[in-house]
Design a protein around this ligand. Structure first.
Ligand SMILES: O=C(O)CCC(=O)C(=O)O
Ligand SMILES: [Fe+2]
Length: 209
């Protein structure tokens, strides 16, 4: 987290969608990311339709987002290991709280952090994040590694959406009228990031329970 973050002005890219450019970096979060993945390994979850999700995923926090033939669910236990998800690393929690505060959410306490890993050529289709219990709390999304474009539609999922170029360390915060906004991740272009190699990662903090 930037020590001079009180000087940062988040940029409103859409109403209630805030961009904090290069607020952090993969280098700053990498050791914790490896520690989380050592306890709860990345895996390709199955969709209800029986296809593997293109992004590899894991979780930390009291609740972890899962997808299976039975649909989406937040779970307290990692179905792969039978153990609780690892806790959200303290530095990650501080980062998410700081970003939320800058976007106007005074006391953000996420209980779930989904970690997505995208190989080159992989993206995420248009969706909104609607499996959580508490829509009063924002999504804080930390973008790491290879750059790509994040696409935003808002509540009308029509047309191509608005593309936002995003790079390592950018943080997006969306909530209130934008909380159920539709979004997608365009396929990651080829490249090599000094910390993440040929991958893009994303940390999605939520108040799920
Ligand atoms: O990878 C991203 O930037 C967004 C991921 C996302 O939308 C999600 O996990 O729900
Ligand atoms: Fe999402």
């Amino acid at each position: 987290m930037r020590q001079d973050s009180f000087l940062l002005q988040p940029e409103a890219v859409q109403p209630e969608v805030w961009l904090l450019p290069q607020f952090t970096s993969a280098a700053a979060l990498w050791a914790d990311l490896c520690a989380v993945a050592a306890v709860a390994p990345f895996r390709h979850m199955m969709t209800r339709m029986g296809h593997p999700v293109a992004a590899a995923m894991t979780n930390c926090g009291a609740l972890g987002w899962t997808s299976s033939a039975r649909g989406y669910a937040y779970r307290t236990v990692d179905p792969e290991t039978g153990r609780p998800w690892p806790p959200i690393p303290a530095a990650w929690l501080a980062l998410a709280r700081e970003a939320a505060a800058l976007a106007g959410y005074a006391d953000y306490v996420p209980d779930a952090c989904l970690v997505n890993r995208y190989a080159v050529g992989v993206g995420m289709g248009r969706h909104n994040d609607d499996s959580e219990q508490d829509f009063s709390q924002p999504i804080v999304s930390v973008l790491l590694g290879l750059p790509t474009r994040f696409a935003w539609w808002g509540d009308r999922p029509e047309g191509r959406g608005r593309d936002l170029p995003v790079q390592d360390g950018d943080v997006l915060v969306w909530g209130r009228s934008a909380r159920l906004g539709f979004h997608a991740v365009r396929p990651v272009p080829p490249g090599r990031h000094p910390v993440c190699g040929e991958f893009r990662f994303n940390l999605t903090f939520r108040k799920a329970g």
